[in-house]
Unconditional design. Structure first.
Length: 899
């Protein structure tokens, strides 16, 4: 399972919601702005300010006279703020004069002040039923209907009011607001433009016009409107936010950031603003600024989900996994039920090697949504990383059961079974997957690759042909199919197919490379070179092709042509020192030492601080026996800061002094090299040679012994032991190593050497003790487990040996001897399924190894899980439980590599 593939799908899922979420961030603020509009409207409602002056009712009867007095009393009570008493008086008036409009309007105002909107609506409606053109009732009823979200009715009354007062600012403004709320942005924009013709300086109308343009996606007009608002009111928060939104849509991101920063300074809650700032910085590929902004958010709100999650995503992308984990954990704390956060946390922990925590996070995600494909995929992936292959299969089976038409779980099970060496089960899953998704070219191709790796070339070829029916001009597929034909000794057909591929896909390098490979196998190097040169016609900087030419010219010892290729490589990658130094080295091998020196000098002159160039020149001068010239260059290198280069130069100088017959200077130079790198074997050998020639072997032994006294890392413990062993001083060497080990009990190199000393003196239990000390600190050390396995095997402790070898094999999976040793142990233990697994996995790395093939063939004759142990004398069959395959390590792919 590829972690990056899962991550990519997670990113896709997140990005599918990104555009919506970005608008929501602004929209929260936009609707806040709309609330401001409504507040503006409410504030304009006067306290009976526009009510017509009371008109005395006709003095027809005493009741009417009394009603008039009560009306006047009600007005005074209303002015005094005694709303309930005033309302009672108005209601009494209306009992006598039910169509008296001033009383209805003032009563409506009282209801509005008391937020009794339905009563207010009824009062103003009664007034309009009596007097349809009463402007005050029209205006107030419109506002009430807006508040009650009866926008269709509100728009109708606002239109009537505007018809009565066509040049009135308030009427046009109110009509604009109704249309804005009704989301008729064209009508709203027209109304606000008309209002601004009456009063060009009104900020609210200008802002609402810009807001209408925002919703019409007329970004230039919106930005112009907001900028006019901001000239008058620089701290208008909503205008700053809308200006930023419009500027961003116009791709004026720097301008958008200016507006947002200004908004953040004046906001009481700057976090939403800062979130937008961080998002824009990230979209501009300015991750440093995005990180800085998220940190600003976290100083204000350490539990902010968006900041923690987005910051974690940035760290994850930069491979800062520890920092990413910290932020994902904080995001989980802020929003425990967010599925994507849990999944990213699981992937992060898996990449950190925290497999237990990763599995807990994956299971937590799966608990949140047991039917989530992504959660099932991540959970299965983490289980694979923990080598819990049975659990991974169970997870994928659950996925398969939930989504029986989905081919993905079968594909993943095929990968697991392939890794386990259970090819038949893998192939069965591939078959199921293809039945579900018969037109999935990638799936068909992967199955064909798996068959090809299993040497089932005929079946693989059939599948490649099936894929080609879906993608008939795919040069890669044709190349794969041709390789299968070639492996079946149908080379002419393979060549014909590759030529067809080149014709169909002329700028795809793979068919040319495959054809060149066949020609090389046929020793037709000239034809192979021709193919590579064809590639260079359309891809002159293709490194792989140029290196293939290097390989051919190297095999033919065509140094002249090889040098020319390296010159091209150097042009393509001028900082690649390997390409550059290959040129003088090839001249040297060509027998043209003077030209080699000249080329090396050019490199040094062009890049005098590049030590490898100077070292190449010095080494060539040594070959030329230009001792003084070489010493001059080595002296420069010896003053470099790089310890490896310094030690090398001093060692080379010692060698030159020795050749010049200057042993004292040679000794001095060698010892200087060893001061820098005490474990420098070449310098130790040079020093040993001089002391032996001077018959001062004892002095040399004493010197080597002083080198290891600090008992720190990277000292020549092994050289010391081998030197003393050669001199017959094993006991003395062992005692010295024991003393040092007591002083430095965690020094792995020292303990390894001491264990070897014990092994040589047949003190195997003591050797085991040393290896166990190392494994207590580094349980998966492959070298230690390999050596420990050898001892256990020699002691007849087959189970312990197998366990140690199994750990070593995670790193040394290609080692045939280790595989044979481990396999034979499993056979002795009756664990033939494991033996078969080990042999097959090693065969993947060594497909031509006949001994492995014989072992596999012998075990596959019978049921590999029911075979008597190799050393068993009885005929009873012993059951063998198949152990889990070892976990993948960094040295081996976590999945079979696809072609």
């Amino acid at each position: 399972m590829n972690c990056r593939c899962i991550e990519f799908r997670l990113k896709q899922e997140l990005n599918s919601h990104r555009s919506t979420s970005e608008m929501l961030r602004y929209n929260k603020l936009i609707w806040a702005g709309l609330a401001v509009i409504i507040i503006f409207i409410a504030c304009s409602i006067g306290y009976a300010a526009k009510t017509a002056a009371p008109k005395a009712p006709p003095k027809i009867s005493p009741e009417i006279v009394a009603a008039q007095k009560r009306f006047e009393k009600a007005v005074q009570l209303q002015k005094a703020g005694k709303l309930d008493a005033a309302a009672n008086e108005y209601r009494a008036v209306l009992k006598v004069a039910p169509t008296f409009v001033p009383a209805l309007n003032n009563l409506g105002l009282i209801y509005l002040q008391k937020n009794q909107l339905s009563n207010a609506e009824a009062a103003f409606t009664r007034a309009l039923n009596t007097e349809p053109t009463n402007e005050f009732a029209l205006e107030q009823l419109t506002r009430v209907l807006i508040s009650r979200n009866k926008l269709s009715d509100a728009r109708r009354y606002a239109q009537k009011l505007m018809n009565l007062r066509p040049k009135d600012f308030d009427a046009r403004f109110l009509f604009g607001v109704v249309n804005l709320l009704a989301k008729d942005y064209d009508a709203a924009a027209n109304a606000f433009r008309d209002a601004l013709h009456v009063n060009p300086n009104d900020i609210a109308a200008r802002y609402n016009l810009g807001f209408s343009y925002i919703n019409l996606k007329k970004w230039n007009e919106a930005l112009d409107s907001m900028e006019i608002v901001l000239k008058r009111e620089p701290d208008h928060f909503q205008a700053l936010m809308m200006a930023a939104h419009a500027a961003e849509q116009l791709d004026k991101k720097a301008k958008a950031l200016e507006y947002l920063e200004s908004a953040a300074k004046i906001s009481k809650n700057p976090v939403p603003v800062l979130e937008n700032i961080a998002r824009i910085h990230y979209s501009m590929k300015n991750e440093a600024k995005a990180v800085e902004t998220y940190e600003r958010i976290l100083k204000l709100d350490k539990n902010n989900f968006a900041a923690n999650f987005d910051l974690a995503r940035i760290y994850y992308g930069k491979n800062k996994l520890k920092e990413a984990e910290t932020r994902f954990l904080a995001a989980v704390k802020a929003k425990p039920n967010d599925l994507n956060t849990r999944l990213f946390l699981a992937l992060t922990q898996a990449r950190l090697g925290k497999q237990k925590e990763a599995l807990e996070s994956a299971n937590a995600a799966l608990k949140l949504d047991p039917n989530s494909k992504m959660a099932l995929e991540v959970c299965g992936y983490v289980q694979e990383m923990q080598s819990k292959f049975d659990d991974a299969i169970a997870t994928y089976r659950k996925w398969e059961k939930l989504y029986p038409k989905d081919a993905a779980p079968n594909t993943k099970m095929a990968n697991v079974y392939t890794w386990q060496g259970k090819k038949d089960k893998a192939f069965a899953e591939y078959e199921l997957a293809i039945k579900k998704s018969p037109k999935d070219v990638e799936l068909i191709t992967n199955y064909a690759h798996a068959l090809s790796r299993d040497n089932q070339y005929a079946k693989a070829y059939t599948l490649y042909q099936k894929a080609l029916q879906l993608k008939p001009k795919d040069g890669n597929l044709m190349s794969y199919a041709a390789s299968c034909l070639h492996r079946q000794s149908k080379t002419d057909d393979a060549i014909a197919l590759l030529k067809k591929a080149i014709e169909a896909d002329p700028k795809n390098v793979m068919p040319y490379n495959t054809l060149a490979g066949i020609y090389r196998e046929q020793n037709k190097d000239d034809l192979a070179i021709e193919q590579y040169k064809k590639i260079l016609e359309f891809a002159p900087k293709d490194i792989g092709t140029l290196l293939s030419l290097v390989s051919i010219y190297e095999s033919k010892q065509n140094y002249e042509a090889e040098i020319e290729v390296y010159r091209k490589l150097k042009e393509i990658e001028p900082d690649n020192t390997d390409y550059a130094t290959s040129i003088p080295r090839l001249y040297d091998r060509w027998g043209k030492l003077d030209e080699a020196v000249a080329e090396a000098r050019k490199l040094v002159e062009a890049s005098p601080k590049e030590i490898i160039y100077r070292q190449t020149l010095a080494d060539l001068l040594v070959k030329k026996q230009d001792w003084d010239g070489a010493l001059k260059e080595y002296e420069v290198i010896a003053n470099d800061q790089n310890t490896g280069s310094k030690a090398y130069a001093l060692d080379q100088m010692g060698d030159i002094y020795e050749k010049q017959g200057k042993p004292d200077k040679a000794i001095e130079s060698y010892k200087k090299a060893l001061e820098i790198r005490p474990d420098y074997t070449k310098a130790l050998d040079g020093l040993s040679k001089i002391y032996e020639s001077q018959k001062k072997t004892g002095e040399f032994h004493a010197y080597v012994k002083t080198l290891i006294q600090p008992a720190t890392d990277d000292l020549p413990y092994r050289y010391f032991y081998d030197t003393f062993k050669k001199a017959g001083k094993v006991e003395e060497a062992t005692k010295t190593l024991e003393e040092l080990a007591a002083k430095s009990p965690d020094n792995v190199q020292l303990l390894m050497t001491l264990a070897s000393a014990y092994t040589d003196s047949n003190q195997k239990d003591k050797a085991v003790e040393q290896y166990k000390r190392i494994l207590s600190k580094k349980p998966n050390d492959p070298w230690v487990n390999r050596s420990l396995g050898d001892i256990y095997k020699s002691q007849g402790k087959d189970k312990e040996a197998a366990e140690a070898y199994e750990i070593a094999r995670k790193t040394f999976g290609f080692d045939v001897k280790l595989a044979l040793d481990l396999g034979s142990l499993y056979e002795k233990l009756g664990q033939n399924a494991d033996a078969l697994r080990v042999y097959k996995e090693c065969l993947n790395y060594n497909p031509a190894n006949d001994e492995l093939k014989k072992k596999i063939a012998a075990l596959e004759i019978v049921d590999p899980t029911k075979v008597p142990p190799a050393d068993s004398g009885n005929a009873e069959k012993s059951e063998s439980k198949e152990e889990k395959a070892p976990a993948p390590t960094e040295a081996l792919p976590a999945k079979p590599v696809t072609q």
